[in-house]
Every structure is written in structure tokens, then in C-alpha cells.
Write a protein that binds this ligand. Structure first.
Ligand SMILES: [Fe+2]
Ligand SMILES: [Fe+2]
Length: 145
């Protein structure tokens, strides 16, 4: 497996972005809250996609004990991830905080799509913090052995 974002994770980011674009095409409080979220979420996704999630593409090779491709690029990503992790967790706190405005807008405007997106994005952040970030860090550590 190459040093690429696993398809399942790429699709999840794509799906979240599509849902957010849909909310941005609406109006009122939901649109306003969605615009604030977009401002923080887009740079956050770019960080993840450039140096956190591609490390997870190495998991099948690591699990099988195969030689890893792109070791130098992977080591650079792993270093960046360690450096940037506190900021990425702060992004999550900020984004989850902004979801409150979206949930309020969704309640006021009876918008089930905005509710679904809020739940999906919060779950995504929790999953990353509990599983994906630690897994990417472990991949990084395994490169040093
Ligand atoms: Fe993400
Ligand atoms: Fe994230």
C-alpha cells in the first residue's frame, strides 16, 4: 500500500464536506453557522490530509511485516504530525464549539440535515482523537525502529 489516505477515510472527509456544502447553499442561521464552520474545517482537513491520514495508508504493510514505501516522506509527515497535534486538537475543540451555533440554527429552522451533519462531524472528531490520530502516531513511531 502506498503512502496515501485510505479510501474509506477519503470518502468520509468528502461526505462531510458535501454535507457542509449543502448547508452553505441554504439560508438563514444554518447557513451562517455553516460558513463559520467551513472557515475552520477546510484548513483543518487540509492538515489532516497532508500529514496525518496518509500515514494510515501504511497500516496494511506494517501489519503484514512488508517493507514500507516512501519512508522519507512518511518520516516527514510523522514529524509534522507530532509538531502540529496540539493545534489539531485545538481545531477540534474550536470546531465542536462552533457546532453549537449550527444546532441552534437547525432547531430554529427545523433543518434535519444540519442536525445530522452536526452529529456526524462531532463523531468524526471523536473517532480521530480516539483511534486515527493515535494510529497515525504509532505508524510514525514504527518508522524509527
Ligand atoms: Fe478529519
Ligand atoms: Fe479532524
Amino acid at each position: 500500500m502506498p503512502l496515501e489516505i485510505p479510501d474509506a477515510l477519503r470518502k468520509e472527509h468528502h461526505s462531510l464536506h458535501s454535507q457542509l456544502s449543502h448547508l452553505l447553499s441554504g439560508s438563514g442561521k444554518v447557513k451562517e453557522a455553516a460558513a463559520l464552520i467551513e472557515r475552520s474545517l477546510s484548513p483543518h482537513f487540509r492538515k489532516e490530509e497532508s500529514y496525518a491520514l496518509p500515514l494510515l495508508g501504511l497500516l496494511p504493510d506494517l501489519a503484514e511485516g512488508r517493507d514500507l514505501p516512501d519512508l522519507e516522506a512518511a518520516a516527514t509527515m510523522a514529524r509534522l504530525l507530532e509538531q502540529e497535534l496540539p493545534g489539531m486538537l485545538a481545531d477540534h475543540a474550536e470546531i465542536v464549539g462552533l457546532l453549537k451555533g449550527l444546532v441552534d440554527g437547525a432547531a430554529a429552522e427545523e433543518d434535519p440535515d444540519a442536525f445530522s451533519f452536526s452529529v456526524a462531524l462531532k463523531d468524526h472528531a471523536l473517532f480521530e482523537e480516539a483511534v486515527l490520530y493515535p494510529a497515525a502516531r504509532l505508524v510514525g513511531r514504527s518508522l524509527k525502529k
